[in-house]
Design a binder for this molecule. Structure first.
Ligand SMILES: [Zn+2]
Length: 298
């Protein structure tokens, strides 16, 4: 700092000597002192200005940070309030309080119902006359009755394993556990409906035609013609035929499911499952004594 002052003083002295040559020593010193004071005042003013600017900038940053914090806090509070409102909503299906719109048991019941409907459609793809609404409905009803029997068995087993006092102590949890038991029973049975549909559609005329065509294509290959009865040649042709058959079955399944879904959407009242779905919450809402198992099975 002292070095800088000394350098400044030397620079100002040179300036004074240049601008005001011939000053007496006393005058020269006075002029130099005045200029040094002016210079110091200007520097002090500059320093103060810079410090003020820095303070303004710091205040601006602090305000922005505070505003961002406040906004985050407001958003958090709003999300919390919205979540509280959502949690407080009753179950759409059974009306149970504080269920966030759908209680656990009804969530399982919806999944169960969807799987039962899907199984009915899968069975319909091969066993029903697709444009005969009554036939389609009868197939769905049969599947539904079969799966309901599975559900009844699973429920009975569940109730036999449970202590009735335990079930009565927490009816909401008991209803949920029963609904989950029903869902599991249907989940176990459901894949069989798809496998069965694919197997049956693989035996349709369309699938047979595609399988024969694929086999013939293999037969026409040069290496097959050279040894038409060789094990490898026959195996390759058989594999090609099977693949064509499976592909056709899958294609038919997709196409027919689509058709059945469109038909069902066009006649929602004819779905046939409404009375059953209405019955599920009612069943779950009954007191869980020995009579329930009987009622469910009946
Ligand atoms: Zn519910």
């Amino acid at each position: 700092m002292i070095h800088i002052r000394r350098a400044q003083r030397a620079r100002l002295a040179a300036e004074v000597d240049e601008q005001l040559p011939g000053l007496g020593d006393g005058e020269r010193r006075q002029v130099l002192e005045d200029r040094l004071r002016e210079q110091a005042a200007a520097e002090a003013e500059d320093f103060v200005w810079r410090r003020e600017q820095a303070a303004v900038e710091q205040a601006r940053r602090d305000a922005a940070r505070a505003a961002a914090q406040e906004r985050a806090e407001r958003e958090r509070a709003a999300a919390q309030a919205a979540d509280a409102v959502r949690q407080a909503l009753p179950c759409e299906d059974c009306g149970q309080d504080r269920s966030a719109g759908l209680c656990e048991a009804c969530g399982y019941r919806r999944q169960t119902k969807a799987l039962v409907v899907e199984a009915g459609l899968l069975a319909g793809t091969w066993s029903a006359a697709l444009d005969d609404a009554d036939d389609v409905a009868a197939t769905a009803a049969h599947v539904q009755a079969t799966l309901e029997a599975d559900i009844a068995t699973a429920r009975r087993e569940f109730l036999q394993l449970m202590d009735p006092g335990e079930l009565d102590a927490d009816p909401v949890a008991a209803a949920s556990a029963l609904a989950f038991t029903a869902l599991q029973a249907v989940q176990q049975a459901a894949p069989q409906y798809r496998r069965c549909a694919l197997a049956m559609l693989g035996r349709t005329e369309e699938a047979e035609t595609e399988a024969r065509r694929a086999y013939a294509t293999e037969q026409n290959r040069r290496w097959f013609r050279a040894n038409p009865n060789g094990a490898d040649a026959v195996a390759a042709a058989t594999k090609a035929a099977d693949t064509a058959r499976e592909r056709t079955a899958q294609h038919l399944l997709t196409e027919r499911l689509q058709q059945l879904r469109e038909q069902a959407a066009a006649r929602p009242e004819a779905a046939g499952s409404a009375p059953w779905t209405d019955r599920l919450p009612e069943l779950a809402a009954r007191p869980l004594d020995g009579n329930v198992a009987g009622a469910v099975i009946a």
